[in-house]
Design a protein around this ligand. Structure first.
Ligand code: SAM
Ligand code: SF4
Length: 336
């Protein structure tokens, strides 16, 4: 029997979890300053520390050759990165990649929706925390709801197969809009997903201990008006879904606190600096930028580093909203 490892071993970690999904952050910058994500005054990374789009394309290729089937482009706000469409076009051509997708705040989507669709993006996630202009501005600190709604309309016209809205419900801030957001999604045949706030980085003037709304509470509020039916449908990420009987709308819940999903984790992240993060809630990482800059343009050293990294993927996160955040990186620097 040949006991040698295959030339391209699949990405399986110590706990038998198969990594098939990579979230690639193309920038830590953003045109919003959402209260749960960032501080109002942020220092962003200098250009020299950020990967070029060519380096990111090579990382994407390495992962896909190692068996990854889903790539999500994220940030910061991915659509503020100059020329980012060229990266989508490059990644969209990779044989073996089943899904290329993005998470966006929607502010630049009106300009880019059609080109994204052409580059092979079939489904997108747009973050939307409020449907009230002034409140939207207060949550994002600088964003315009009109621009985002325009972006969402452009995405509908561009013919994406699925549009998912992401919302972070916060107590006393936007939790009275849960049903409005569900209705907005239902009217447009979108999916809506509610995310429990995670303790990534400290935010001045924002207390996550009091603002985080558990998924069960969100579910209970939706059940006051609709019938939620269980479904086993998944979209390849951490969200668990239920379907609204009356409208057919799929409602997702990402519940790192109330329903830990680490056992079935299939994901890793690459920050815009090229740090391969093995877990959203831990600091275990490998410096892919060093590999890339020691062996420019070479795929094999990159693949070796990625395979070796599987040995340090931790069992799970240890998020604790009652303690001071142990992670200093904010979500925008993590690749949410
Ligand atoms: N800028 C894009 C956007 O807002 O969609 C992409 C990056 S953003 C970091 C990705 C997702 O992470 C968004 O849906 C956002 O609401 C969510 N997010 C940011 N900070 C979070 C936190 N501390 N806890 C939970 N979700 C968070
Ligand atoms: Fe920007 Fe997205 Fe963070 Fe909001 S959640 S500040 S849009 S990166």
């Amino acid at each position: 029997m040949d006991t040698r490892a295959p030339a391209n071993p699949p990405l399986i970690d110590r706990f038998g979890r198969h990594v098939t999904y990579v979230r690639l952050s193309v920038t830590d910058r953003c045109d919003f300053r959402c209260v749960y994500c960032m501080n109002e005054q942020m220092t962003f990374l200098p250009k020299a520390r950020i990967l070029t789009l060519e380096e990111m394309a090579l990382i994407g290729r390495a992962f896909v050759e190692l068996g990854v089937t889903k790539l999500r482009i994220t940030g910061g706000e991915p659509l503020v990165r100059q020329n980012v469409l060229s990266l989508f076009a490059e990644l969209g051509k990779l044989p073996g990649l089943k899904e290329l997708t993005l998470t966006t705040n929607g502010s630049q989507l009106a300009r880019h929706a059609a080109a994204l669709r052409e580059a092979g993006v079939r489904r997108i996630n747009v973050s939307l925390d409020s449907l009230r202009p002034e409140r939207f501005r207060a949550i994002s600190r600088v964003g315009s709801l009109d621009k985002v709604l325009e972006g969402i309309e452009a995405a509908r016209r561009a013919g994406f197969e699925a549009i998912k809205l992401n919302a972070v419900p916060m107590r006393g801030i936007n939790d009275d809009e849960i049903l409005d957001l569900v209705e907005f999604a239902a009217e447009r045949d979108f999916t809506v997903c509610f995310i429990e706030e995670m303790p990534l980085g400290e935010i001045e003037g924002h207390d996550r201990r009091t603002s985080c709304v558990p998924s069960d509470e969100v579910r209970a509020r939706i059940s006051e008006r609709y019938t939620l039916l269980p479904t086993v449908e998944r979209t390849g990420g951490p969200a668990r879904y239920e379907r609204i009987a009356e409208t057919g709308t799929l409602v997702g819940f990402i519940s790192p606190h109330s329903h830990n999903f680490c056992d079935s984790c299939n994901r890793v992240r690459v920050t815009t600096e090229g740090r391969l993060l093995l877990c959203l809630g831990q600091e275990h990482s490998v410096d892919l930028r060093r590999v890339l800059r020691t062996h420019p343009g070479e795929l094999e050293p990159l693949k070796e580093a990625i395979v070796a990294a599987m040995a340090i993927k931790p069992k799970g996160h240890e998020f604790d909203l009652t303690a001071k955040p142990v992670l200093f990186r904010h979500m925008n620097a993590t690749g949410g």
